[in-house]
Design a protein around this ligand. Structure first.
Ligand SMILES: Nc1nc2c(ncn2[C@@H]2O[C@H](COP(=O)(O)OP(=O)(O)O)[C@@H](O)[C@H]2O)c(=O)[nH]1
Ligand SMILES: [Mg+2]
Ligand SMILES: [Zn+2]
Length: 312
């Protein structure tokens, strides 16, 4: 190594090489040595969003990362290859934005709820952005939109309506939400994530071109997250190919902690390990009956409970 150490943020990871943005430049860097990772078993030691210390290699254009600064938070999923291992998707986030659409494709409430359980468990504020509202016309579509507002806003999740193809929506609605912040952006394929990125982050359009060049050559496209800086400050972290975040080892009685409308009644059920399914003296079931908990949300709760159970 040569020269003094610098601080930078990882903006791209391709497995063994990382792109680190320092105050002066973007540096391709590798990792030196092993890193202790708390109690986590990780398949990747460094993630997009990490702040690191690095130094240039002697006589080279490349750098060496020798320290990962403590993460404020992170988003993680279970490794698909290694049992009991996890993969960090991104770190040091101010918020997570889920892009949802009413049609082409339709986002299900179950998918939204799973996402929100994940962000609750990571303690990252979540926002729902309804895109393609220009396609919403029929009464039935309007009802769907109304439901989204009525279900999620009282729980503390902001719901924003936009059309990514309308400049005024981007400038007046979406940009104020993300300016100066580090935001993870997620959603089903086809909801308009790339469209948003291309319109807001100058570096992103290049990326789209790169990807299509790659696929035309038949090369596997990557599913790594990537950070794109916004011109006025802040950044968007794209998560291509990541359908869902893992819900990590949530015990049955813990799941309700990640539903804000249930969390406030916790500890009031007769049994302290109540799963709120059919137990006597369950306050959650009582509140559901009284209309304080939305039936759709409770349905998602039961679905996640049984899906997680089948993974055990
Ligand atoms: N009508 C309409 N189409 C949109 C809007 N945003 C994106 N699209 C279209 O939806 C398709 C998928 O968008 P894309 O950005 O590739 O979605 P991604 O898979 O989430 O990255 C493209 O054909 C976009 O032009 C919108 O607000 N309204
Ligand atoms: Mg895309
Ligand atoms: Zn209960």
């Amino acid at each position: 190594m040569d020269g003094k150490s610098m601080k930078g943020r990882v903006i791209k990871s391709t497995g063994s090489w990382y792109t680190v943005k320092t105050e002066v430049a973007e540096v391709k860097a590798r990792l030196k040595g092993k890193f202790k990772q708390d109690e986590l078993k990780l398949t990747n030691p460094i993630a997009v969003g990490d702040w690191v210390e690095l130094a240039m290699e002697e006589g080279q254009e490349t750098g060496v990362i020798f320290e990962i600064l403590p993460r404020e938070n992170y988003v993680i999923r279970k490794s698909t290859r290694k049992q009991h291992f996890s993969h960090i998707i991104a770190s040091n986030l101010d918020q997570a934005i889920l892009i949802i659409t009413m049609k082409s494709p339709r986002t299900s409430l179950g998918f939204i709820d799973r996402f929100l359980v994940s962000t609750e468990s990571f303690r990252i504020p979540a926002i729902l952005v309804v895109n393609k509202v220009d396609l919403i016309s029929k009464d039935r579509d309007q009802e769907w939109l109304q439901d989204i507002h009525e279900i999620y806003e009282p729980l503390g999740y902001p719901v924003l309506e936009i059309s990514a193809i309308k400049d005024t929506d981007l400038r007046e609605k979406f940009l104020p939400l993300i300016q100066g912040k580090s935001s993870l952006i997620a959603g089903h394929s086809g909801v308009g994530k790339s469209t948003l990125l291309n319109r807001l982050a100058p570096g992103a359009s290049q990326q789209t071109k790169e990807v299509s060049n790659f696929s035309s050559k038949g090369v596997h496209t990557t599913t790594f997250a990537e950070l794109f800086e916004l011109p006025g400050g802040g950044d968007l972290i794209d998560t291509p190919g990541i359908k869902e975040f893992g819900i990590l080892d949530v015990e049955e009685y813990e799941l309700s902690h990640y539903f804000p409308e249930m969390r406030k009644y916790l500890g009031q059920c007769k049994y302290n390990n109540c799963r709120h399914i059919n137990e006597p003296g369950c306050v959650i079931l009582e509140k559901l009956e009284e209309g304080y908990i939305h039936p759709y949300r409770y349905e998602s709760y039961l679905n996640i409970l049984s899906e997680e159970d089948s993974h055990r």
